[in-house]
Design a protein around this ligand. Structure first.
Ligand code: AMP
Ligand code: TRP
Length: 333
């Protein structure tokens, strides 16, 4: 059966190895399967839930688009567009927010993390952000959503909203209930400086992440400085317990090569990290540096990127507009 794929990435700069291994690499694999219909969205409406600089936001929209293409998503096969160009996303979000209980939103851990201690000062947009995400997904009759582990709870919420809408309006199967596609082992890439913290765009230390625009030398330097522990690499997975930094680096290596952690341990068991890090730098820079070069080349071609986004928006709008019309009819407008 053909799958309908939808996913989004926020244009908030510093796209990193976590975004790549947790999400974008999977987008590329799904794009390459001719059975699938894929839509990849630069979610700029989500980005403004926290304050953005206007010029920076414009650049980041183009850079995220360039990253999709440089990583291997083919704009002739998949739809690539930015969310704010398709009105139905915001409209759908409002309607869905009117049927989503606050209790469901109050459970969202990402809001709690992002809002921090001073919840009163967080934007209302940040609070209802998962409903906009549900609207994104449900407008396209999406069957599968490839994301990193951190988005699992938001997908659960999307499923609940779809089911509630279908039930409340007696319209069975109107919204498809989408499945998450989360890679089991490597869906959470951690900071290179602290194996208990997620690799993140907003970490103040650039050494904590490999940016997708890093050069070969920067990658080598960051891996050299990445935190490890003083024990050698074990032979068994069970011996990695309580060694978060070691687990993370070995996971990154395995994920880049699409191989099981077990196999990596057979290769490196008993060796020390300095030797492993040389190999890791090698395979990482072989994978990331060409993407980085291509992003830098594409970003200069604004006309091309803007054309991709416009063509993508036209195609997305056609699908989403049809669905929002049906939604409005069901609601009683
Ligand atoms: P964002 O940058 O928050 O828009 O995230 C874009 C995609 O990257 C989502 O699917 C996230 O789940 C995924 N992602 C972000 N950070 C990480 C990470 N450290 N490890 C794995 N996946 C991640
Ligand atoms: N919330 C997601 C993130 O921060 C981005 C996103 C927005 C998304 N809309 C989506 C992901 C729809 C998948 C499907 O990573």
């Amino acid at each position: 059966m053909s799958k309908k794929i939808f996913s989004g990435v926020q244009p908030t700069g510093n796209l990193h190895l976590g975004n790549y291994l947790g999400a974008i690499k999977n987008f590329v694999e799904l794009n390459n399967d001719d059975e699938n219909e894929c839509i990849f969205c630069v979610v700029d409406l989500h980005a403004i839930t926290v304050k953005q600089d206007k010029e920076q936001l414009k650049n980041n929209i183009r850079e995220t688009t360039a990253t999709f293409i440089a990583s291997g998503i083919d704009p002739n096969k998949s739809i690539i567009f930015n969310q704010s160009k398709v009105h139905a996303h915001a409209e759908g979000s409002w309607i869905l927010s009117c049927m989503s209980p606050m209790g469901w939103l109050n459970r969202m851990t990402q809001f709690k993390e992002k809002a921090g201690k001073d919840k009163e000062k967080a934007s209302v947009g940040l609070y209802i952000y998962p409903i906009l995400m549900a609207s994104d997904i449900l407008l396209y009759d999406t069957t599968h959503v490839p994301v990193g582990e951190d988005q699992k709870q938001h997908l659960e919420l999307t499923r609940n909203i779809a089911q509630k809408f279908n039930k409340d309006f007696n319209s069975e199967d109107f919204f498809k209930v989408p499945e998450p596609l989360i890679k089991k082992n490597f869906s959470r890439i951690m900071s290179l400086k602290d194996g208990l913290k997620k690799m993140s765009k907003s970490d103040f230390s650039d050494l904590s992440r490999i940016n997708l625009t890093d050069t070969k030398d920067e990658i080598i330097n960051k891996i050299k400085k990445a935190k490890t522990d003083s024990f050698p690499i074990p032979n068994e997975e069970s011996e990695l317990k309580d060694r978060p930094e070691a687990t993370n680096l070995l996971g990154i290596y395995s994920s880049i090569l699409n191989q099981k952690l077990e196999k990596t341990l057979v290769e490196f068991g008993g060796k020390n990290f300095s030797e492993f890090k040389i190999q890791l730098s090698e395979i990482l820079s072989n994978k990331i540096a060409p993407i980085s070069d291509e992003i830098k080349r594409l970003i200069k071609d604004r006309e091309y990127l803007d054309r991709i986004l416009l063509e993508g928006a036209n195609k997305a709008d056609e699908i989403a507009n049809k669905k929002i019309k049906e939604i409005k009819k069901i609601v009683g407008f």
